[in-house]
Design a protein around this ligand. Structure first.
Ligand code: HEM
Length: 182
């Protein structure tokens, strides 16, 4: 077929639009280059960006002796208090939004380690420092007050003596400058 005829036939082809794409069939995360995070099959945690592990990341030095650890019911008591604290936070209408879509599996572990380390109940802290873990959460002082109230409730329910509650809170108080953003 002469070249000019082929060109003429090609030009005569009707222009067919591509079939409209079904939005539900599009992998939007891929389209926007969003990396899918997958929970570790063993720990159940999502991966985090690499950071240097250091017990100093806990943001407070530990209490000496075993008085505080006993007041908190040892590691079992601390785990139970932390679980209660996280449960209260995620359903507290004042701060629930901040915890939505966060890795509460990791949070339960790292918060447990942090409090266990600070009260001297025999743990090391392997989490991130307070400034980087709260970066861009937009947390306010009112949010911090709400979280402290929830911690007080959890400690009260677990019969932690009032003096021991306040000793822990006084070690956490200086972290406000790192966790409150506005
Ligand atoms: C002195 C007070 C606080 C302490 C001791 C504390 C402790 C921690 C610890 C240990 C972590 C995990 C670090 C890691 O993943 O390596 C964390 C993360 C987090 N905290 Fe706090 N926190 C405090 C205040 C707050 C407040 C006031 C809020 C909001 C109401 C908050 C919301 C969060 C959230 C959403 C995460 C997860 C962030 C992420 O995984 O990227 N925290 N916090």
């Amino acid at each position: 077929m002469p070249f000019s005829l082929a060109l003429a036939l090609l030009a005569a082809q009707p222009v067919v639009d591509a079939p409209p794409e079904d939005p539900a069939a599009v992998d939007w995360e891929k389209e926007f280059g969003i990396e899918k995070k997958v929970r570790d099959p063993v720990t159940g945690e999502f991966p985090v960006d690499p950071y240097a592990q250091d017990p100093a990341n806990a943001g407070a030095r530990p209490f000496a002796g075993d008085g505080m650890a006993r007041a908190f019911g040892g590691q079992d008591g601390i785990r139970s208090i932390v679980d209660r604290l996280v449960d209260l936070n995620v359903k507290d209408p004042r701060i629930a939004d901040i915890f939505r879509n966060q890795d509460t599996v990791r949070l339960r572990r790292t918060l447990f380690e942090q409090i266990c380390f600070i009260v001297g109940a025999g743990c090391s802290y392997t989490g991130r420092d307070m400034k980087s873990s709260h970066k861009d959460l937009g947390t306010t002082r009112a949010d911090l007050n709400a979280l402290v109230e929830n911690l007080q409730q959890a400690m009260r329910e677990h019969k932690v003596p009032f003096a021991a509650q306040n000793r822990l809170l006084s070690r956490l108080a200086p972290m406000d400058k790192d966790v409150v953003e506005r």
